[in-house]
Design a protein around this ligand. Structure first.
Ligand SMILES: [Fe+2]
Ligand SMILES: [Fe+2]
Length: 300
């Protein structure tokens, strides 16, 4: 089991290196090109998500920046969105691999083999719009830590709840928001296609979890990972960091930036969505336990 865990750790999964073998690269590219709805873009604008998504012009601090500085903020956020999308798809490879190996029936193996293939296609769709390789020191989201920990260490049933129901569910609504507000029509098409696949992954997680009778250990694991995952979402602070990169903000300024853009309402509606998602599979008071720990509460 220890060896299995090591095969699925962050270094071998999210941080897996790119190959230097040109023949292998070519073979993979040719295979993936058959399945993607997009082609490698020769030019990608630096700002893919801007005012439509973030409504930062509501903030006095943001309006104070010059146009170039404002563009830099949106460039930073666009890069973060693409990087998170890309890392989510990468992690799907090893999630599929783990579930294939832990499957008890042939049907289950086939289902997860298909999911894993779809994640490889999704990753490639995003790469078609990326002229950079994400740097984990900068282009990171804190939720990637509990995500990779769950893939490497959690029990199979815990993975089904945490990765397939909670995370894929989060992925769907994150991608839906990105689709609606992105500036590149070809990319909207990509998100649309991926959302349809993720809806199947998430939906089958719900169906399969209905039949499960989780042990107390699994219930505790699901609680711990859900808590870590939601806390990571609350801690991300991408918008504040994006502005801070361009113009350093004091704690007070950071707070007033968030007040101006009604960040509290945005976060609360995200937390509500997650709660609803967990309620779909909660038949052992998971949500009640999370509520008792005030996990769905957020303050500036
Ligand atoms: Fe995916
Ligand atoms: Fe997926």
């Amino acid at each position: 089991m220890q060896g299995f865990k090591n095969l699925l750790n962050k270094e071998r999964n999210l941080l897996a290196p790119a190959s230097k073998n040109s023949k292998l690269i070519k073979l993979t590219e040719t295979a993936l090109d058959k399945y993607t709805v997009s082609k490698k873009q020769s030019f990608v604008p630096k700002v893919i998500w801007g005012e439509e998504r973030y409504q930062l012009l509501q903030s006095a601090i943001f309006r104070d920046l010059n146009v170039n500085e404002q563009l830099k903020v949106y460039e930073y956020l666009s890069k973060q969105n693409l990087s998170l999308s890309w890392y989510i798809e990468r992690s799907g490879h090893n999630y599929g691999a783990k579930m294939i190996l832990l499957s008890e029936t042939q049907e289950e193996k086939s289902l997860y083999a298909l999911f894993a293939a779809e994640e490889a296609i999704h990753q490639r769709e995003f790469e078609n719009f990326m002229d950079f390789t994400p740097n984990p020191e900068v282009n990171w989201h804190p939720l990637l830590d509990p995500l990779s920990k769950a893939i490497s260490e959690a029990d199979k049933q815990t993975c089904l709840f945490v990765i397939q129901v909670l995370l894929e569910g989060f992925g769907m609504s994150f991608y839906e928001g990105l689709k609606q507000t992105c500036k590149i029509p070809e990319m909207k098409e990509v998100y649309q296609r991926i959302i349809a696949d993720e809806a199947r992954h998430h939906g089958s997680g719900i169906v399969l979890s209905e039949e499960m009778k989780p042990s107390n250990e699994v219930k505790d694991q699901v609680f711990e990972y859900s808590r870590e995952f939601i806390n990571a979402l609350k801690a991300a602070d991408w918008i504040k960091n994006a502005v801070h990169e361009t113009r350093p903000l004091s704690t007070k300024e950071g707070k007033s930036l968030y007040e101006d853009i009604a960040y509290l309402d945005r976060m609360n509606s995200r937390l509500d969505k997650l709660k609803m998602m967990l309620m779909k599979v909660d038949n052992w008071d998971l949500v009640k336990r999370l509520e008792k720990d005030q996990i769905f509460e957020y303050s500036l």
